[in-house]
Design a protein around this ligand. Sequence first.
Ligand SMILES: *[C@@H]1O[C@H](CO)[C@@H](O)[C@H](O)[C@H]1NC(C)=O
Ligand SMILES: *[C@@H]1O[C@H](CO)[C@@H](O)[C@H](O)[C@H]1NC(C)=O
Ligand SMILES: *[C@@H]1O[C@H](CO)[C@@H](O)[C@H](O)[C@H]1NC(C)=O
Ligand SMILES: *[C@@H]1O[C@H](CO)[C@@H](O)[C@H](O)[C@H]1NC(C)=O
Ligand SMILES: *[C@@H]1O[C@H](CO)[C@@H](O)[C@H](O)[C@H]1NC(C)=O
Ligand SMILES: *[C@@H]1O[C@H](CO)[C@@H](O)[C@H](O)[C@H]1NC(C)=O
Ligand SMILES: CC(=O)N[C@H]1CO[C@H](CO)[C@@H](O)[C@@H]1O
Length: 411
Amino acid sequence: MFLCLLSLLCLAHLWMVSAATSSSCAPSLADLPQPSDLPIINTLPDPFTFRLSNRRVQSRADWECRREELMVLVQQYLYGFYPDHSREQVHARREGNNLTITVAVAEKTATFNANVLFPPEAVGDYRSRASGTHGVPVVITTGPTDLVPANTTSFLESGVAVAQFDVNTVANDSYTRIGAFWDLYGDRDIGVMTAWAWAEHRILDAIEQIVPEIDTSRVGVIGCSRYGKTALAAAIFDQRITLALPLSSGAEGIGPWRYYYESEGAAEKIENITTNYGYWSDTELWKFDNVTGNSTRVPFDAHELVGLVAPRAILWDEGQEDWWTNPEGSISVVFGAAKVIFDWLGVGENVGIHVRHPPDDLHCGESAYPAIQPFVRKVFFGTPTSVNFSDISPFPPHPEAYPWAAHLPKP
Ligand SMILES: *[C@@H]1O[C@H](CO)[C@@H](O)[C@H](O)[C@H]1NC(C)=O
Ligand SMILES: *[C@@H]1O[C@H](CO)[C@@H](O)[C@H](O)[C@H]1NC(C)=O
Ligand SMILES: *[C@@H]1O[C@H](CO)[C@@H](O)[C@H](O)[C@H]1NC(C)=O
Ligand SMILES: *[C@@H]1O[C@H](CO)[C@@H](O)[C@H](O)[C@H]1NC(C)=O
Ligand SMILES: *[C@@H]1O[C@H](CO)[C@@H](O)[C@H](O)[C@H]1NC(C)=O
Ligand SMILES: *[C@@H]1O[C@H](CO)[C@@H](O)[C@H](O)[C@H]1NC(C)=O
Ligand SMILES: CC(=O)N[C@H]1CO[C@H](CO)[C@@H](O)[C@@H]1O
């Protein structure tokens, strides 16, 4: 089937099918290959080559087209297809700083809650700005009932509000389809990561409607581990999000499928995550399961997930000895490759990394929160920083993982 896609006949077919849909670049779902029919790609896939036609990106405008292809691929093989928001009606109610969010789709309705913490007047600049923006920026995160709640203090001290919710009220962290998202979409093959990301977007809808203290042109998402994967997904699916902050996110997040560094500890592989936490993704990902090397058929890798956030800003944090999340892969392989994409788009400043060193170098270390604030303030307030957010030490660079960077198309 994949070979068929390369033939002229099939290209013509693809063109006709996609011309009939709203997008001229997204491939037709019927033409997407089965996982076992996808080609093995041993290095990080070239983000500047259309996967299905093998055509190279020609220009900046062409990148937008490639982005549409990539959006379909990541939904097919990883996230599941994001619900059509144009069919949803969102109603928000506010009591103090609590929000009650009701989403209606056709005959169904579902409700969940969120709350907002505001920075004190002394640091929160709520005035109208010369730039025409109003209020304080916000970062949306999963709530205090989580396994690894975000340290909200660091954001409040930076003058950034924090909105939070209880993930289990939206989609239970299990195979059990309980929660507001499943009340609406219980019959869909969608992963829980996507459900949580959807909730972050509906919170943003509510903020736009009834929280005038917040400037909705400056919106971040943050989370650690499974919620770090969620933060990345949230930024991919909603371009209103201007800053993504995935921490220790590992496989299905910033951890690559193709490069595992295991000299000092095992790294999580596709077969581990689909076996132990299959419900985070759709079921299509499970088909890449089981045998070493199978994950080289996944038609994209983490650098392209990051690339889908461009030209908006993203910074990730990893613990240098958090082996299960594959820190060397996430830091030198994925950052190196993602930086090439951001540089090509002329927004190299918008991608950054932070490595936690001993003594706080394990999973979801607390020191991440204060450490990333200079990047947050740079993105939200334009505050200059001397911190080097391209510093990959102690890991060596791995340019062999992205050989396509040596011959990029003209931007
Ligand atoms: C993974 O490997 C197994 C065994 O070699 C094979 O049956 C399966 O089709 C492979 N899956 C993919 C997606 O290539
Ligand atoms: C907001 O929610 C919290 C926790 O559910 C509750 O304790 C508080 O009373 C609520 N505040 C308002 C103004 O409703
Ligand atoms: C959260 O961050 C603040 C400021 O960075 C720090 O003072 C506080 O100790 C942190 N809280 C926890 C629980 O680590
Ligand atoms: C949600 O899932 C967790 C385990 O991930 C479980 O402990 C909890 O009871 C579940 N909640 C509901 C309402 O099913
Ligand atoms: C991860 O998968 C590998 C097989 O590829 C297996 O050897 C290992 O025991 C698994 N680890 C966990 C913690 O599931
Ligand atoms: C940041 O650190 C990297 C080493 O990881 C180095 O190559 C680069 O020159 C540094 N950038 C600045 C501005 O110091
Ligand atoms: C898709 C697939 O073949 N999954 C299998 C992977 O291996 C485990 C046991 O190791 C089986 O239970 C799965 O069915």
